[in-house]
Design a protein around this ligand. Structure first.
Ligand code: ADP
Length: 163
């Protein structure tokens, strides 16, 4: 039985992430989306919110689960018994970063194999940060995230006190 982790910040989960998770779930018996608790970048959604949005997004796929984690990704992989770590590649910039990370992770845990999926063409340009910017400016994000994420983004935009 092959278990893969798909780690990331998921602030929030997008259709690009979901595409990678679903494609992974066709290759591996079990896929665990790992939502990282302490990203260096500033986040819009709390850890609980990021986990909740990701869970909603993949609830119809029986072999995908979502778990928060706060330690090294290789440690998370060890704890859940994963042999594979999945990442998505959009443009060449992603590759350089992912390659460096993969080399470091290999040093830390040579047993963990990294598998990268090429982003699907329709999501090549899609990142959580660009998505948040377009949402802030009230652009159309219908094809980029599920409806519950659109609602969550809209909630964040409401001025404080308007509930
Ligand atoms: P991180 O902060 O670890 O990069 P992200 O949530 O931004 O976390 O992304 C998690 C993973 O998903 C990364 O491997 C990233 O390259 C990949 N990814 C992000 N957006 C897309 C997309 N649109 N298509 C394919 N892969 C993506």
């Amino acid at each position: 039985m092959i278990t893969a982790i798909y780690p990331g910040t998921f602030d929030p989960i997008t259709n690009g992430h979901i595409d990678i998770a679903l494609r992974s779930a066709r290759l591996f018996h079990r896929v665990i989306i790992g939502v990282y608790a302490f990203p260096k970048k500033e986040v819009m959604f709390s850890l609980e919110e990021r986990v909740h949005l990701a869970r909603e997004a993949v609830k119809s796929c029986a072999n995908i689960t979502v778990e928060p984690y706060g330690d090294l990704t290789v440690e998370f992989a060890r704890k859940v018994g994963a042999q594979v770590m999945v990442r998505g590649l959009r443009v060449s910039g992603d590759f350089e970063w992912e390659f460096d990370m993969a080399m470091m992770n290999r040093r830390l845990n040579p047993e963990l194999e990294m598998v990268c999926f090429m982003a699907s063409p329709q999501f090549q340009f899609l990142s959580s940060s660009i998505l948040k910017e377009v949402a802030r400016l009230r652009g159309n994000i219908n094809d980029l995230v599920p409806a519950h994420v659109i609602n969550a983004l809209a909630e964040k935009q409401k001025p404080a006190g308007t509930g």
